[in-house]
Design a protein around this ligand. Structure first.
Ligand SMILES: [Zn+2]
Length: 66
């Protein structure tokens, strides 16, 4: 099941159900330097959130498993 970035995220790679991504602020375009990993197994849509330290935007993270 390929992972699709819906918002607030740049997908770097996918290995099976394990998705490696970076948080991206859709307001100012800033991409966080740290990589994050999540398993999309069993998820319709993975959701998370973070606060952009550059512009203060509260950005939702959504990754959909298709
Ligand atoms: Zn921002």
């Amino acid at each position: 099941m390929p992972a699709v970035a819906l918002q607030g995220v740049v997908i770097l790679k996918q290995d099976g159900n394990l998705v490696t991504y970076k948080e991206k602020c859709d307001s100012c375009g800033h991409v966080s330097p740290g990589e994050r990993k999540t398993s999309i197994e069993g998820w319709g849509t993975y959701t998370s959130a973070f606060r952009c330290f550059k512009c203060g935007n509260n950005q939702k993270v959504e990754i959909r498993a298709e």
